[in-house]
Design a protein around this ligand. Structure first.
Ligand SMILES: Nc1ncnc2c1ncn2[C@@H]1O[C@H](COP(=O)(O)OP(=O)(O)OP(=O)(O)O)[C@@H](O)[C@H]1O
Length: 639
């Protein structure tokens, strides 16, 4: 039986165990730099010779690590480190010393250390698990992890932290609800870090028969026990796929609530849909109204992965969004108007025990936060423990607020924690346990950086030449062409560059937010670029070339070769696990900020694979000041 609200205060427990320099924050743990020999997987681990993320002053070290004069660290004595002024940060030289110069390496200030300096609060370097093992994982999950990652896979730092905290804590006290933040660099395995504890807990409560069926459950078509939120449907599909890979032995039912698949399955009966789920069908169905009412039968779905908009639709019924309906009315958009009748909610929330907010800084930014927080509030209410919810709240405003404790396990994850999110977490979730890898807010160490200077002529031609150089070098070294991901700032630029390259005979996928391929809702537009793990799966069909953004004219017919270039905006910069043969990321427009840069660059160099980010800019002569500033900042992000 799960008890809600019976747990002792997390803050008190943490304070007893582990004095924190911040009186407001919950427990913080940063994985210590592992020794090289025991590196979980190369490239994901920090370099041994590098100090932890932030360099502490002697006085701060004394306070944090309880050294010197036998004084215990006291929260109120902690002085936050002085932040460097902009002038100081801009004066930082680009760090590209040769190895013989490493001792003379100038101090480099990470431009994101102002955003969220997790090491300023880190106090623990306790031992972490060095392997996935059973226990704490079940035999089934352990086997799946090794099936998926290989027999020699070791946990990455963030996974080691998650095994220690999330898995073990749930083992010891399954009746408590926990709050965790998982923060680590791109490609460091955060998905598995939260999926493992979540799936294990769901499986165990099923085996031990400790699930609680909420009275409302019988009225809804599905009543998941876990909901994973992510910002794009591409990412939700990939995450659902990940979860299913981990469930080959310990079976649970995962549903990706995506826009896909409606056309062919609209008329599938409720029982057929249920069969598809149970049998591990692709689980990407759009739940039809056949599932509700009619038989009154409820179908077992354990995990729903979806975007906030899709999850809201399942919770509230199709067509619930009054603003969308009004604007459809104004536009006399008959297709959207069809949604104007509000349908029956298809998903009950009373059984939800886990909520994961992936890419938390996006889902709690001004565009998404209202939808995300209202989902969290509605789940709480459905579980009989309503929490305050003000849609107009300024999340990053300083000042006291009543902390929120959700009646479910709450996990937030991101590779970047901007100060707005840090302030929000401090204010509303003071007892949240922050787990961070020491490489947070840095580029993966397996990713090299290059700065390319525009020639002053046609920029599209410059990009084309740089692409051809990549492939020339590839052919010299390996005999095969690698894939290149190109990030622009605007959709119009994506289309223009796509057209130029196509004209020059370079097949490419140009993908914009409004592209037709996305509207279809599957991930086929990313075929050949996303990582495919299942060796028995059929080889990905060549993605339609060039025209995705321009209306699809002649897509497959002009196909001279499988595209090796994908051009897009920041749309695809979040969370997606691109294939190891995406060896280059080109950033052809000045990055809007360093957070965006880290996510774009991080689509390559994942899981320890080698990769290179090429930053284009005017690096010489008049007007080169901007590019030089970018270069310094990028240099400061190097691992
Ligand atoms: N312990 C491990 N050993 C080897 N590979 C791993 C390990 N854990 C995860 N991976 C692989 O690393 C890749 C990146 O994982 P994942 O997508 O979860 O990263 P992430 O930290 O969520 O990245 P992002 O911040 O970009 O979302 C995946 O292909 C995953 O299979």
């Amino acid at each position: 039986m799960i008890g809600i609200g019976t747990a002792p205060s997390r803050t008190r427990l943490v304070k007893n165990l582990q004095p924190s320099p911040s009186s407001k924050s919950g427990k913080v743990e940063v994985a210590p730099p592992p020794e090289r020999e025991s590196a979980p997987h190369l490239g994901l681990t920090p370099r041994v010779e590098r100090a932890p993320v932030r360099r502490l002053g002697t006085r701060e070290q004394d306070l944090l690590f309880n050294k010197g004069k036998g004084r215990a660290p006291q929260a109120q004595r902690f002085q936050p480190p002085r932040r460097p002024s902009f002038r100081e940060r801009d004066a930082v030289p680009t760090p590209e010393p040769s190895s013989s110069q490493s001792n003379l390496k100038p101090k480099v200030v990470n431009p994101l250390s102002d955003e969220f300096d997790i090491s300023a609060r880190s106090v623990s370097t306790k031992e972490l698990p060095k392997e996935f093992a059973s226990p704490p994982l079940t035999e089934g999950l352990l086997t799946s992890v090794h099936d998926v990652l290989g027999p020699d896979a070791r946990p990455t730092p963030i996974q080691a932290l998650s095994l220690k905290h999330l898995v073990n804590e749930h083992e010891h006290d399954p009746a408590r609800y926990y709050e965790h933040l998982l923060a680590s660099e791109t490609g460091s395995g955060k998905s598995i870090a939260y999926l493992l504890p979540m799936l294990q807990d769901l499986k165990q409560s099923e085996v031990n028969n400790t699930q609680r069926a909420h009275p409302e459950a019988a009225r809804r078509a599905m009543n998941p026990r876990a909901i994973v939120l992510a910002p794009t449907h591409e990412l939700t599909r990939q995450l659902a796929g990940f979860a299913k890979e981990l469930l080959h032995h310990d079976k649970l039912r995962v549903l990706c609530a995506s826009r896909a698949n409606t056309a062919s399955r609209k008329n599938v009966s409720a029982s057929k849909m249920a069969d598809m789920l149970v049998d591990g069908g692709d689980g990407e169905l759009e739940v039809s109204s056949d599932l509700v009412g009619g038989s009154g039968q409820s179908h077992a779905v354990d995990v729903v992965v979806g975007t906030p908009a899709k999850v809201l639709e399942l919770m509230r019924g199709r067509g619930w969004d009054h603003d969308a309906r009004e604007s459809a009315d104004k536009r006399e958009d008959s297709r959207s108007r069809r949604k104007m009748t509000v349908g029956e909610p298809q998903m009950g929330l009373g059984n939800v025990e886990w909520v994961v907010v992936d890419e938390a800084d996006v889902l709690l930014d001004p565009d998404f936060q209202e939808a995300t927080r209202s989902i969290l509030a509605e789940i709480s209410a459905a579980r009989g423990h309503p929490v305050p919810f003000d849609p107009n709240l300024d999340l990053s405003a300083k000042g006291l607020q009543t902390p929120i404790k959700y009646p479910f396990n709450f996990v937030l994850t991101s590779a970047t924690i901007p100060s707005s999110l840090a302030v929000y977490l401090d204010k509303f979730h003071p007892s949240l346990t922050r787990l961070a890898s020491p490489n947070l807010h840095r580029l993966p160490s397996s990713l090299k950086t290059e700065h390319f200077s525009w020639t002053g002529g046609n920029r599209d031609a410059d990009i084309e030449h740089r692409l051809r150089r990549v492939w020339y070098e590839d052919m010299q070294k390996t005999g095969t062409k690698s894939k290149v991901l190109v990030f622009c700032n605007k959709g119009t630029r994506v289309e223009q560059l796509g057209a130029h390259l196509r004209e020059k005979g370079i097949a490419n996928v140009a993908l914009t937010r409004a592209g037709d391929a996305r509207k279809r809702g599957s991930n086929h537009h990313l075929d050949g670029f996303l990582r495919v793990r299942d060796a028995s799966a059929p080889a990905p069909a060549p993605a339609p070339t060039s025209s995705l953004a321009t209306g699809g004219a002649g897509a497959m017919d002009d196909l001279k070769e499988v595209p090796h270039v994908m051009i897009t905006t920041s749309l695809l910069s979040r969370g997606l696990d691109f294939a190891p043969d995406v060896k280059h990321v080109f950033i052809v427009d000045e990055p809007r900020n360093m957070v965006d840069f880290l996510h774009r660059a991080g689509r390559s160099g994942r899981a320890g694979e080698s990769g290179k980010v090429v930053v284009f800019g005017k690096t010489k002569g008049r007007g080169s000041e901007k590019a030089r500033v970018v270069r310094k900042k990028v240099g400061a992000l190097a691992a």
